[in-house]
Write a protein that binds this ligand. Structure first.
Ligand SMILES: [Zn+2]
Length: 466
């Protein structure tokens, strides 16, 4: 049984289709969904043309979309679900989540040390349900943060239909360097407190770790490429003295005087990141990164990672390259706002809000520069199921509702390597459909009020499911 699960996971990573792919991405489809379902609502969002049509209908059969538009065939015996004054949309995608983290304000607390992997797995199961009920039908889990490969068990249980949750791309543990961003620095060395990531210090270790995680069921690799971060006095240009910055010509460009108010340490060289990206490609998958700023952002983009997550600081050259290579930034605003709003004292609040302000400022430059975006919230340290706020913040700080939704569905699906499967209401796509009251193109906060959730043709919320 166990070997079958691993075999299925391996086949999926190697791109086997269709049986293994539907098992991993679609989950087993209960017999009840063999009955065709017609969803009807006042409106339907068409992602690529970027418009709302009225009314909206979707025909679902066998877990997939058969037809979608203003009207669809109503086969004999089809179940019709009339959702009234709502907008039908594809299931939401969160490109950056942590099912294995829960809120412990003001930060993440000591949960990864205090709580056992089984305890954390139970909470992850509950988190997966909360995310799904909020309308997120596809997610990329960016690391269990000390719970080993336990996310594989959660994904497999979801795929088997045993527990409710989104389709998951999982990394197992993230990867970081000894003494680096996710290591347990500052504890009594005699206690040998482990970090929240698997250690890899060079190309060989990166390759070995990616192979080990693949064996344990990971579907992509997550690497911490920056940290620790700090705000520094304006004009101190911390990157200027760094030989790698010099080599890349980063930090010498004129422009925003506040640009270098943020400093973060890079963790891997470009060659090391290329080794990781190549190994992931050999396994038919990709590499996601935690990347706050330069020069790591340039190194990661040159190496060809799937997206730049957090993307707090990007140089002009890096932004141009991201546009050329179509590598999205994933701003993760909600987590920064949550930490600022829950700071333990006024000094910490000042620091956190300074970081958020800096981030907003840089995001506006990125939008103006045409950097592709995707939507990822970093949910976990703030409550699961509330992460649709990310859409609202991305609009508040400079994107249109349409641009944010297209970024979520199209770039999100691509980052998760599920393009042509999720992110659109089109024939042949998996039947992941949500409905929100009102018109999300006029009011993006509508996505925070999902009232109907279908995944793979199975209704989890609304439409008579409750
Ligand atoms: Zn994260």
């Amino acid at each position: 049984m166990k070997s079958m699960v691993y075999l299925a996971a391996a086949l999926v990573m190697l791109g086997a289709k269709p049986a293994a792919a539907s098992s991993q991405a679609g989950g087993s489809v209960p017999a009840t969904v063999a009955q065709p379902i017609v969803l009807h609502a006042a409106r339907l969002f068409e992602v690529v043309p970027g418009r709302i049509v009225s009314p909206g209908e979707v025909l679902v059969e066998g877990g997939r979309i058969e037809a979608a538009g203003t009207s669809v065939p109503h086969p004999a015996g089809a179940k019709v679900i009339d959702l009234g004054d709502m907008t039908l949309m594809p299931g939401l995608i969160d490109a950056h989540v942590h099912l294995f983290l829960h809120p412990a304000p003001p930060s993440e607390g000591m949960q990864t040390v205090d709580e056992s992997a089984p305890q954390r797995t139970i909470k992850a199961v509950l988190a997966a349900k909360s995310d799904l009920m909020a309308g997120f039908t596809s997610e990329r889990d960016m690391g269990t943060e000390g719970a080993g490969p336990a996310d594989a068990a959660v994904r497999d249980a979801i795929d088997a239909g045993d527990i409710p949750g989104p389709r998951l791309r999982i990394s197992g543990m993230a990867i970081s360097i000894l003494g680096g961003h996710e290591d347990a620095v500052g504890f009594n060395p005699e206690q040998h407190v482990l970090g929240n990531a698997d250690y890899a210090n060079d190309s060989e270790q990166l390759i070995e770790t990616i192979r080990k995680q693949h064996k344990e069921g990971a579907s992509f690799a997550k690497i911490y490429v920056t940290g620790p971060d700090r705000m520094v006095p304006a004009g101190s240009a911390p990157c200027l003295g760094d030989p790698i910055c010099k080599q890349l010509g980063i930090g010498e460009e004129p422009g925003d005087p506040g640009f270098w108010d943020f400093h973060t340490t890079y963790q891997y060289t470009e060659d090391q990141l290329k080794a990781a990206v190549n190994e992931a490609a050999r396994l038919n998958t990709n590499v996601g990164v935690h990347c706050q700023g330069e020069p790591a952002a340039r190194l990661a983009v040159e190496a060809g990672v799937s997206s730049i997550d957090h993307a707090t600081q990007l140089s002009q050259g890096t932004m141009t390259l991201m546009k050329q290579k179509d590598i999205p930034a994933v701003p993760t605003f909600v987590i920064f706002k949550y930490f600022a709003d829950h700071a333990p004292d006024s000094a910490a609040a000042r620091r956190e809000y300074a970081m958020l302000d800096y981030k907003i400022h840089e995001f506006k430059r990125q939008v103006a520069a045409g950097v592709p975006m995707a939507v990822g919230s970093d949910v976990g340290p703030f409550p699961h199921g509330t992460q649709a706020q990310e859409f609202e913040l991305m609009v508040k700080y400079g994107m249109t509702p349409l641009a944010v939704l297209q970024a979520d569905y199209l770039n999100g699906a691509r980052i998760l390597t599920w393009e042509n499967r999720v992110g659109q209401l089109k024939p042949g796509y998996l039947a992941d459909v949500v409905a929100v009251p009102g018109n999300p193109l006029q009011d993006i906060t509508r996505v925070e009020h999902v009232q109907f959730v279908m995944k793979g043709g199975v209704v989890y919320r609304g439409g008579g499911a409750e």
